[in-house]
Ligand binder design. Sequence first.
Ligand SMILES: [Zn+2]
Length: 170
Amino acid sequence: MSNSYAALPLPAFVRWPMFPFEGDLRVRAFEAHQSEDRPRSGEPGGGPCESCIATDDEYAWVDDRWRVRAPKQRSGVPVQLFLETREHVDMDGISTDLAAEFGQLIVRLDRAIQAVGDIGRVHVNRWGDGSSHFHIGVDPVRRTGWLCRVSGLVVADLVLVGGGCEVAER
Ligand SMILES: [Zn+2]
């Protein structure tokens, strides 16, 4: 089956200096449209929820409604944190009080990551397709090294850990 998407133009960011890949790129064929979102872990039809199984001592910080953890595996940046709710909830189900706490926690996490030192900007990202717990990633961007300046840190992280580039300088 031919990939008619391969002829589509690539987005401009693949030409940005911070984009970590080079060479010939093309658009993959899209999957067929689905009437429902793919089930997340903890939802019917999804896998088991690792967050519900995890105990508080697996987290860097907890309170009654939130937990903060680091990646289980080595990260390609000095520190990387994930903030998640204790309960299964999506962004559109968050109460006003929880939303207010969320805003304050983002700022606290930014400051905690900045305190590590040699940190550039801190990025906050949210997709929400994996876990039933509302969660965000809070990631630093180092000032040096073009690979470390990539906004799509998930991609950059895989590159850095896989290749060891600049990780040894931490
Ligand atoms: Zn859960």
